[in-house]
Design a protein around this ligand. Structure first.
Ligand code: F6R
Length: 613
């Protein structure tokens, strides 16, 4: 949560910082601000609300300089107001900070610093950091040493970027714990720092990442990285393959719509190099999995949050069915507080788009302490969830900017299928014919997804007729039960319509009482092994006057005779059916929210990377 950008070089920092923040606004949009070093002093512009307000402020009162930092905020301590917006200045306005995380000991620090004469101008925990740096600078007369001492005094997890008018040749950045990433970008005579790659992608693709407990001193010509104890560390430079255009909206109205449509490409890329159709085999070299390890696994625990956890629910069905390994889905925020039963024969598999979700990382840490084998399926290159794991499957999605996850849901569904086939192959639970069939089916996926997307106008039509509904119920069974959860989550998070999901078989145990003629019941009923059961559920809903919106297989006359509205999907091998059944539900939520005039890409109260607990 919170986006951070910094620039040092020969150009004007202001537009570079503003543009970087624009790419990061999905990380928080309660307020935005920037600070630029100009003529030997620090100028700050900041305001509550979205970035456009900051841009207007800068246009009305321009500021120029060759070193600058900026921030877009998702409020934790202190209401979202201009005075609480970052950057925050020290008492003498010689130091300035932007920050992602929570200073857990801020009340004690604030008391101490106030007693020493520091003047606090905001209600934030962040401001303590800059006063600490000022305090230690007066003792050390060296910004790097002062920053190090200040950082060591903080409790909690942090991403921090600082600069000072005393030492105008540098920006200091640090990462402590799992409050989100800090990425450093290498330009030609200029350097960048940010909390996420898209912020700097238009300037450079050469990046390195700070590990927890590391601090970087960034100058125009390069970077020095140290541990918080001052030990030098050699940064590893990676080249990011993402295309900067991938972080643009292009012809689409919203990133979410663009990302829904990018699924044909992301699914194609997910298969590329991993599926050998001639041999009928799957290859996942980055998982570092051999036959011996595969045979040793007694249990797999998938851990994740939100949409990623819904992918994990599908993963349970896939891995148990294909590889016959007992598999559980454990919500990451619950896992770590339950003293979970995992050991060295357990694989804990984290799924995360951002790779920075605090709860997911904490679950991974807990699993590591207990000796489990750690794997991850992650989109953000270089993120902590990627680095913590001994094996990783990289989602081939490119940047996902819309807060509601779409392409980073379908890609891991296919990754989990690939994993299940690989495990089944290595453990000998698949005979050759079955393995070849499972692999051959994969090749159909991008085209099947494309056929769902071709029906967008039909989905939009249904959205038009239901856009004023107050509630919705989503039902599914078996492998498509998680799709009910995912469909309901998409609707509630961007349209603010109350939506509930249930395993359809549970209806008779209570929720059916909700059904009346005002309740749309979205029933996911493709031709899969649970089809007959779903049909009888749909009949029960119809018998009670409910409005049925069915997700059904093209040509299904039975569903056609029952449902009020239908989202048709092409016939798909059932183990892959969630990839297609979710697409109309993504489009449905998108169109309802767009028709209601809501901010689809930046829904209220949400942020893309949830780096606080
Ligand atoms: C919903 C959504 C969230 C995320 C969740 C986990 O559309 O995007 O529910 O799935 O916050 O995020 P990651 O995958 O980054 O760990």
């Amino acid at each position: 949560m919170c986006g951070i950008v910094g620039y040092i070089g020969a150009k004007n920092a202001t537009p570079i910082v503003l543009n970087g923040l624009k790419r990061l606004e999905y990380r928080g949009y309660d307020s935005a601000g920037l600070a630029v070093l100009t003529n030997g002093h620090i100028e700050v512009r900041r305001d509550a609300g979205k970035l456009e307000r900051l841009a207007a402020l800068v246009e009305a009162d321009p500021v120029k300089g060759k070193i600058g930092i900026g921030h877009t905020r998702w409020a934790t301590h202190g209401e979202p107001s201009a005075r609480n917006a970052h950057p925050h200045l020290s008492t003498d306005s010689d130091f300035v900070v932007v920050h992602n995380g929570i200073v857990e000991n801020f009340l004690d620090l604030k008391e101490e610093l106030t007693a020493e004469g520091a003047v606090f101008r905001s209600d934030t925990d962040t401001e303590t950091i800059v006063h600490l740096v000022e305090r230690y600078y007066s003792l050390e007369h060296d910004m790097t040493l002062a920053a190090r001492r200040a950082l060591k005094a903080l409790k909690g997890a942090h991403g921090v970027v600082l600069m000072s008018s005393h030492e105008p040749d540098k920006i200091i950045a640090a990462r402590i714990g799992n409050a989100g990433g800090v990425v450093i970008g290498y330009g030609d005579g200029e350097m960048f720092v940010a909390s996420d790659i898209p912020a700097i992608l238009e300037h450079t693709r050469r990046v390195s990442f700070l590990e927890s407990g590391q601090m970087a001193v960034i100058r125009r010509t390069g970077v020095e990285v140290f541990t918080l104890d001052g030990q030098p560390v050699e940064p590893q430079i990676h080249t990011v393959a993402w295309d900067p255009i991938a972080a643009e909206k292009g012809e689409y109205r919203h990133f979410m719509q663009k990302e829904i449509h990018e699924q044909v490409r992301s699914l194609t890329d997910t298969l590329a190099g991993r599926v050998d159709l001639d041999e009928g085999r799957v290859r996942l070299p980055t998982l570092n999995l051999d036959e011996k390890t595969a045979r040793k696994i007694q249990k797999i625990v998938i851990t994740a949050c939100g949409t990623a956890s819904h992918a994990g629910m599908v993963g349970k069905v896939l891995i148990e069915h294909i590889a016959r390994i007992p598999t559980e889905l454990d919500i990451a925020s619950e896992f770590r507080y339950r003293d979970p039963l995992v050991d060295e024969n357990t694989v804990v598999l984290a799924i995360s788009q951002s790779g920075e979700t605090a709860d997911t990382l904490a679950a991974m840490e807990e699993a590591r302490k207990k000796g489990a084998v750690l794997w991850s399926i992650v989109n953000a290159i270089g993120s902590q969830a990627m680095r913590l794991a001994s094996g990783c499957i990289s989602m081939q999605c490119g940047p996902e900017i819309g807060v509601a996850s779409t392409k980073a849901f379908t890609a891991p569904l296919v990754d989990l299928y690939l994993l299940a086939v690989l495990l089944g192959d290595l453990r000998g639970t698949l005979d050759e014919a079955r393995r070849r069939k499972l692999v051959a089916d994969l090749a159909l996926v991008p085209d099947l997804a494309g056929r769902c997307l071709d029906r967008e106008s039909e989905v939009a039509e249904v959205a038009r007729s239901l856009k004023n509904t107050r509630d919705a119920l989503y039902l599914g069974r078996g492998i498509n039960m998680p799709i009910a959860y995912e469909g309901a989550l998409k609707l509630k998070e961007i349209s603010y319509i109350h939506a509930e999901a249930y395993p359809a078989g549970e209806m008779k145990h209570g929720p059916i009482a909700l059904v009346d003629r005002n309740m749309p019941v979205i029933s996911i009923a493709p031709l899969d092994p649970w089809y007959e059961k779903m049909i009888s559920q749909v009949e029960q809903v119809k018998a009670r006057g409910g409005v049925v919106v069915a997700v059904a297989t093209e040509g299904d006359a039975r569903v056609e005779g029952l449902a009020d509205h239908i989202f048709w999907v092409p016939e798909t091998p059932w183990l892959l059916s969630p990839v297609v059944t979710v697409i109309p539900l993504q489009m449905f939520a998108y169109h309802i929210a767009a028709l209601r005039g809501l901010d689809v890409d930046q829904p209220r109260n949400l942020a893309k990377s949830v780096t606080v607990e």
